[in-house]
Design a protein around this ligand. Structure first.
Ligand SMILES: CC(C)(COP(=O)(O)OP(=O)(O)OC[C@H]1O[C@@H](n2cnc3c(N)ncnc32)[C@H](O)[C@@H]1OP(=O)(O)O)[C@@H](O)C(=O)NCCC(=O)NCCS
Length: 403
């Protein structure tokens, strides 16, 4: 019997759809997990794949506002919890779910979709392009000296969930305005997800919330846990960071110094850091943090014209010939100038698949990289250099949270 894809109609179906990916990740969701998840996602945006009336797969999309170069935000589908039971894989459930999900996102007015890919092989076929890079670090405590002398003047307080829910969001919003790729968080998202400490998901001790204050005002925050361990009577424990948000250079050096000076631990671990992280300049020995680069978020244009027109461009113009086998509405020639993107009949400078537009959209990759990676073809002299001059940004995209 064929696979049918439709939105979940009940919390029981939502729980079963979550358990499709849960099966691969090694956890099982209870009814109350589905109730909590339903606070973050509209039920109509949680698609499930059914066979013989049973849920065999799921694919969800959060209604996000994603920041783009220039500081604006666009409606974007935050694709999440994609999974198919191992008993039903490779029968088209993902393909059918993705088709429904993208059609639904377009009908709702989302101009882009983005996600964190468990494997790079899955989403390219649906027009997603790798759009940012991120880093993970593991820094030995004794190698964390700053390059320049530094006298802290701020104070750091451990705050409870209620105070964090009041003071952290405005700081996050300040950073979001500076960084393409971040999404707006609802009150529920903060309280029941980012700040919430779920004992079943702990990998070490409880989640702590630390607030940095400068002149008595909130200036930055860190969310972290401590995983303690000993060898030969000495600590081999670690501070594991969940998120560090510092809207100013001063807040960055204050809070990182505080985090790096943690007594009775031997290392600090962090994932999901932006590629242009300030620790490269702050630390005397940046190599010691073992900054390891991974692909970050993957972006898919849902409405190329509206998505491009929402971000800023530098002076110049470039004509792109876009191919899109999965969402044909995007295909064709687009002229991009500081005024935005519009359809054109002019000769194209570059030809590329829509995944390539996803890669350059937030500023995480260049046309030059696309050409050298055989993802774009130059049709005119210096086309990639000219396109990069128009699309160029001065800040790496960053999404602070894996969703
Ligand atoms: C990834 C997953 C959702 C794929 O679901 P599926 O129903 O088996 O996929 P489909 O049958 O619709 O396959 C669609 C296409 O993707 C390919 N594909 C699917 N999973 C793939 C993978 N992991 N690696 C490479 N190709 C893959 C299929 O071969 C097929 O290719 P084709 O269209 O050229 O024939 C499923 O294997 C799964 O649940 N994996 C574990 C959880 C996971 O990784 N989820 C993603 C979280 S970001």
């Amino acid at each position: 019997m064929d696979i049918e894809v439709r939105p979940c109609a009940s919390l029981e179906e939502l729980r079963d759809a979550l358990n499709a990916i849960g099966h691969s990740f090694g956890f099982e969701n209870e009814f109350e997990d589905a109730e909590r998840f339903a606070r973050w996602i509209e039920m109509e945006r949680m698609h499930a794949a059914f066979q013989d009336g049973r849920v065999v797969g799921g694919a969800g999309a959060f209604s996000f506002q994603m920041s783009v170069p220039g500081g604006a935000s666009v409606p974007a589908a935050g694709v999440t919890v994609v999974g198919v039971l191992p008993t039903h894989r490779r029968r088209g459930a993902l393909r059918a779910s993705t088709r429904e999900q993208l059609a639904d996102a377009r009908a709702r007015g989302d101009v882009a979709a983005y996600l964190w890919a468990s494997e790079g092989t899955i989403y390219g076929r649906y027009g997603y392009g790798v759009a940012s890079r991120m880093g993970s670090i593991s820094l030995p405590h004794e190698r964390s000296a700053f390059a320049a002398p530094f006298e802290p003047r701020g104070t750091v307080r451990i705050v409870d969930l209620e105070e964090a829910a009041r003071t952290f969001p405005p700081l996050y919003e300040r950073v979001r305005a500076q960084r393409p790729g971040m999404f707006e968080r609802s009150k529920d998202w903060w309280e029941t997800r980012r700040l919430f400490d779920d004992p079943r998901r702990r990998q070490g001790g409880p989640k702590h919330r630390a607030l940095l204050e400068l002149d008595g005002e909130p200036a930055g925050y860190a969310i972290y846990s401590v995983k303690q361990d000993w060898r030969g009577g000495s600590s081999t424990g670690a501070v594991n960071l969940v998120e560090v948000i510092t809207p100013t250079p001063e807040a960055a050096r204050e809070l990182w110094r505080w985090l790096l000076d943690f007594d009775w631990t031997s290392e600090l671990n962090a994932n999901v850091l932006p590629l242009d992280h300030e620790l490269f300049q702050l630390l005397a020995e940046p190599r010691r943090m073992k900054f390891t680069v991974h692909d970050g978020v993957w972006v898919r244009m849902i409405d190329v014209g509206s998505a491009l027109s929402a971000r800023t461009f530098n002076d110049g113009e470039i004509v792109l010939e876009v191919e899109d086998a999965f969402l044909r509405e995007n295909a064709g020639r687009w002229r991009v100038t500081p005024a935005g993107a519009e359809r054109t009949d002019e000769a194209a400078d570059l030809r590329l698949d829509v995944a390539g537009i996803g890669s350059v959209y937030l500023g995480g990759f260049t046309f030059r990289e696309l050409v050298w990676g055989s993802r774009a073809e130059e049709l005119a002299d210096d086309a990639a250099a000219r396109a990069d001059a128009v699309f160029g940004t001065d800040v790496e995209p960053w999404c602070a949270e894996i969703f």
